[in-house]
Design a protein around this ligand. Structure first.
Ligand code: AMP
Ligand code: MG
Length: 420
């Protein structure tokens, strides 16, 4: 079997993953969902002209000068009505968020006046129109606020609610079943039976990755290297999940039975992908439910998940741009390529130097069984030349799911250096 370019395989797989159905949900319940319809504002935000400060609302025709004085007439609180017209020479005490009364066009902050009985005197100049938040200045009713294919985040929830949009049409994140396959696997160190057993780290890995990426998971357990056991688990999983991820048993070993099982259950495709790690990969449809079968080596599973499973789940929920971002970094050390023409996804750590340049170096050994560099690093460097990347050369890196944003040398809370 020839090596298949990653993008070619992904094109084939994407075409076989059906989009999830559209549902109408409360905006407050839509976090993490992808919009299936454009959203337009129903209200102006602000709804009405209101005060940006605690102070005095008044009418001015030019600039308010030091020494100008006004007669105060009452007070308007946030949430109160403002029917009284403010006449020339008058000022109304007003609180932040309260409606600016008819006649007034400017608010002078409390800190800039001297109050003496019902007289206020201006201490510092204030420009015409200052401290008045105009109706519709943030959002105009009818204005588009979000596009089809956008994922709803916390700020968008707030914006839509403020603009009177209480319901949205979305696709929900898929529910994903997770299976580990292998006779050698134990659920925890307490369950290890015999010297050749190992602790299953792939199921915790895939479940945690899915959670970090905003998907729901269903733990389908450990399955031994037994065809009928795997058939049962996949059939059961397909009933309750929108997609399934398996690890192990997908290569050319004697007990690598997952491709056979998938072929028995429905349409199935096996690949040797031109990526390192993560070369063996299979995909199948079990009663229409996509099954992503990843290699068992933990880092192979991680890389195939990041490169294939995440974007496919994103496509199923209608994300306009499901591909992970990539940025350019400068390599601090030599990064190894792959002699057989596969693209090597090197587990690396990226930092920002004092000039804001991303600098990348391997986070440790690059064996596909070596989890530590993946756990301690924050990116995959994309090395697509067999000879590798030399120190000082530029290379594309993709952030690992859930990895912290690269830090510059600054201490937390210190902020960016000021220019000059
Ligand atoms: P396989 O893809 O089944 O041939 O497994 C390749 C390697 O990954 C073997 O060393 C397995 O023991 C290991 N492996 C398979 N599944 C897991 C798992 N769930 N957790 C940790 N290691 C695994
Ligand atoms: Mg195995």
């Amino acid at each position: 079997m020839d090596l298949v370019p990653l993008e070619e395989a992904k094109g084939e797989i994407r075409a076989r993953c059906r989009p999830l159905p559209e549902v109408r949900v409360q905006t407050t319940q839509s976090l993490g969902c992808v919009l299936a319809e454009e959203v337009r504002a129903r209200l102006n935000v602000p709804r009405f002209d209101n005060s940006a400060m605690d102070g005095y609302a008044l009418r001015v025709s030019g600039r308010l000068g030091v020494g100008d004085a006004f007669r105060t007439t009452g007070c308007i609180l946030a949430g109160a009505g403002a029917e009284e017209v403010v006449a020339d020479g008058e000022a109304v005490r007003i609180m932040t968020g309260a409606p600016v009364p008819p006649g007034a066009n400017t608010v002078i902050p409390m800190e800039r006046v001297r109050v003496d009985g019902d007289r206020v005197e201006v201490l510092e100049p204030v420009a015409l129109g200052a401290n008045v938040r105009k109706a519709g200045e943030d959002v105009r009713a009818g204005e588009p606020l979000a596009e089809v294919g956008e994922r709803v985040n916390s700020r968008l929830v707030a914006l839509l609610m403020a603009a009177g949009v209480e319901e949205v049409v979305v696709r929900r994140p898929p529910v994903v079943g997770v299976v580990s396959g292998g006779d050698e696997l134990a659920a925890s160190s307490a369950d290890l039976r015999g010297p050749s057993q190992i602790v299953d780290s792939n199921r915790p890995l895939i479940c945690a990755l899915l959670t970090e990426a905003g998907f729901s998971t269903r733990d389908l357990g450990i399955v031994p290297d037994d065809e009928s056991a795997m058939v049962r688990v996949l059939r059961r999983g397909a009933e309750s999940c929108d997609a399934i991820v398996t690890t192990g048993g997908v290569s050319v070993g004697d007990r690598d039975l997952v491709p056979r099982v998938l072929a028995e259950l429905g349409d199935a495709w096996s690949y040797r992908l031109a990526i390192k790690p993560g070369k063996p990969f299979a995909f199948g449809l079990v009663d229409g439910t996509p099954v992503f079968a990843l290699a068992g080596n933990p880092v192979s599973a991680l890389v195939a998940f990041e490169l294939i499973v995440l974007p496919m789940l994103g496509s199923m929920m209608g994300l306009a741009d499901p591909e992970p971002p990539r940025v350019v970094a400068v390599s601090e050390e030599r990064l190894p390529g792959s002699e057989d023409g596969r693209t090597h996804y090197v587990r690396c750590a990226v930092d920002v130097d004092g000039d804001g340049v991303l600098r990348v170096r391997p986070a440790g050994g690059q064996g596909s069984h070596q989890l530590k560099p993946a756990a301690w690093g924050n990116v995959l460097a994309v090395v697509n030349r067999p000879e590798g990347v030399e120190a000082g050369e530029k290379v594309e890196v993709m952030p690992l799911t859930g990895a912290p944003w690269p830090q510059s040398g600054l201490r937390k809370g210190e902020g960016a250096p000021r220019p000059g």
